[in-house]
Write a new protein. Sequence first.
Length: 322
Amino acid sequence: MNEKKGVDLDSDFMKATDKNPSNILPEKLGYDSPLQFECHPGVSCFTACCHNIKIVLTPYDILVLRKRLDIPAHEFVTQYTEPTLLERTDMPGVQIKLTEDKKACPFVTPEGCTVYGDRPTACRYYPVGMADFHEGGSEDNETPKEDKFFFLVKEPHCKGFEEPKTWTIREWRADQGVDMRDEMNKQWLRLIMRRKSHGFQASLADAAKRMFFMASTDLDHFRRFIFESSFLDTYEVDQETLDKIKTDDVELMFFSFKYLANTLFGAEGLNIKKGKIMAKVQEIQQRQDDSLKKAEQDYLKIKADREKAKKEEAEALKKAKK
Ligand code: SF4
Ligand code: SF4
């Protein structure tokens, strides 16, 4: 699958040991395709793929990792990540910060991954990438259609392909727990897909990018934004949702995706309070009235100035003739 034309979103942007497309096998796989592969501490390359890599973290990855480490999100982001742009978009995200000396993931030891049960989505995918063919979305661009397929990333250092174990892609994914991760990441990945389909002609304001980054990386901050700013004066949010997002981080994360889709791309799902809309309409009307008045005043002044100038010119001419 060297030819990646038409692939709008694929999981390999989340984890890459190199950018060599020849490591991607040119075969489109489905859930029932066979896979001969196994990764275990006995392989000679054990933990090789945890070095010199780029691992982009999804909001859910950050949530579970920071809980496992029992530290606040902002501390996790500062200590273990560095900024990146989510591939082929201008949207800011984070990737795992490798150690200075060995260029290793900070969670790897010779015995393996120390956060294995909560390892990021990208680590679970490897070496089975997933791609979505995006057919341009529905007319309102609300629900981009998906057409999933899978592909193998076969890098020379990875000896897992020499192991005898065989399974289907479906079994492999179940074993790695990626189905649940896909569900958790789906709406966030859709935001990136939308950004990609809008292209760079449609610029995204810096404030919008900051909001995307904050909501994607720091749910504690996003919760304060909801409950401690004028957010609830502006948006209609029912009591049941409020009760959930006050205490449930996953619900809050889903709510953040809905909010971002609404503010960044005008998607439905979050309504501005009627009173706020009326106030905004009145504010716009007032601004229009004010600018109309100002334009009238400017016009009258220019007209008076011109008449005065003409009069002075006529008088000067009269004087000159005398
Ligand atoms: S999180 Fe674990 S599996 Fe992923 S790169 Fe780091 S050590 Fe390896
Ligand atoms: S077999 Fe592949 S996935 Fe497993 S440790 Fe080796 S390089 Fe990584």
